[in-house]
Ligand binder design. Structure first.
Ligand code: N2P
Length: 375
């Protein structure tokens, strides 16, 4: 191993929230560090005697905010007796910073594809025992064996989706098609966007026709003037719940997660979803077990539980992203499957790239956005 700063140790983000992963009104407190077992020697005979999980009935889940409904967690606890502590994050970088700082104990995390790629490279994930996840068969074939983790050795897709534009058509009559249409001075302080540096730089790259993964110093310089123009126009940076500012009428338009927009569309027909003309990207968020996990069997039990069609469909009811679980999708209503913000068309999907691990350049992406936000 190289003796340099960890390539995944990105700029540590200040605000680390301790809310649950769903919409639980009362956030579950962060996991209490469980008293570490005095020995780390594996005990295979114990494993055989405990087919239904680890001897300790606990699971520490570190997930995206508004992604795993509390009801689903409660059902798992009821069925297995395993109590789940949840902590949530609003960006991959926030999750990584916390994971790599080593302060918490996490048994299950939800990184996006580019982060899975980096974590595998750095040998920071535990291989998944496929025999423990029979429900993997429910995944749509196109969401298995993806390039960031061939053979799903370390990760299993949880939800996917894209990022696009939402317009409150009662407040904006213009035909908004592109990122540049959003960032017009007439919409100054009337815009909400995700608080996510990789996303924001990606939109700038799309606007310049630069592939989203060509994150060279030169390209970051090129995108700087665009961000300098765009970011001062933003009223709210919010990755947790960008729909809120739109629902409250605090802003008239925004660039948000597809699932957030799907909720808005269901809520009120005045909201319109637009896939940006410059291009959008597909994200695939996955379940993975970090090397430092202490309840690996419980994590796998939970993975398998989340892949159950009835459970996965309930997750889609609460958080309508693109569900990679084909068996669960069959349980959704035509309206759910037809929500354009959840399910891009085949044509749209065909043009979508995915983010790739960019190693140490990630720090520069973060610094660029932070500096332009501060202008
Ligand atoms: C859910 C966040 C969506 C994840 N609140 C984006 N990768």
């Amino acid at each position: 191993m190289k003796e340099v700063a960890h390539p995944l140790m990105l700029a540590v983000l200040a605000a680390l929230t301790l809310t649950g992963c769903g919409k639980a009104p009362e956030p579950t407190p962060a996991s209490q560090p469980t008293t570490a077992s005095p020995t780390t020697t594996p005990a295979p005979q114990q494993a055989a005697a405990e087919p239904l999980g680890d001897p300790e009935k606990r699971l520490n889940l570190f997930c995206w905010s508004e992604y795993v409904p509390q009801e689903i967690i409660d059902t798992f606890t009821k069925e297995t007796g395993i109590s789940v502590s949840t902590e949530s994050y609003a960006s991959n970088e926030e999750m990584l910073a916390k994971l790599l700082a080593g302060g918490g104990t996490y048994d299950l995390i939800q990184p996006s594809e580019y982060v899975i790629e980096g974590l595998i490279k750095e040998n920071l994930l535990i291989p998944i025992d496929h025999a423990a996840i029979p429900n993997m068969k429910n995944l749509a074939p196109e969401f298995t064996n993806m390039s960031f983790d061939p053979g799903n050795k370390y990760s299993i897709p949880y939800m996917a989706g894209t990022v696009g534009i939402v317009v409150n058509t009662e407040l904006v009559q213009d035909d908004i098609k592109s990122y540049n249409d959003v960032f017009q001075s007439k919409f100054s302080k009337n815009i909400v966007v995700l608080d996510d540096a990789r996303e924001i730089v990606g939109w700038g790259f799309d606007t310049l026709g630069i592939p989203i993964n060509d994150v060279t110093d030169e390209n970051l310089e090129k995108v700087k003037p665009i961000l300098a123009k765009w970011l001062p126009l933003v009223k709210v940076f919010d990755s947790d719940s960008p729909k809120t500012a739109l629902l409250n009428g605090d802003v008239a338009l925004g660039i948000v997660w597809g699932g957030e927009s799907a909720i808005l569309i269901n809520e009120d027909k005045k909201f319109k979803w637009i896939v940006p003309a410059e291009g959008a990207h597909l994200f695939v968020d996955n379940l993975a077990i970090p090397k430092t996990a202490t309840h690996v069997k419980n994590a796998q039990l939970f993975m398998n539980f989340l892949l159950r069609p009835d459970i996965s469909a309930k997750i889609s009811d609460a958080f309508p992203y693109l569900n990679p679980n084909a068996a669960a999708r069959e349980l959704l209503t035509p309206a759910q499957r037809g929500n354009p913000a959840s399910y891009p068309t085949a044509d749209e999907l065909a043009t979508m790239q995915t983010f790739k691990d960019i190693g140490e350049q990630a720090t520069k992406v973060d610094e660029l956005v932070t500096s332009q936000k501060a202008q």
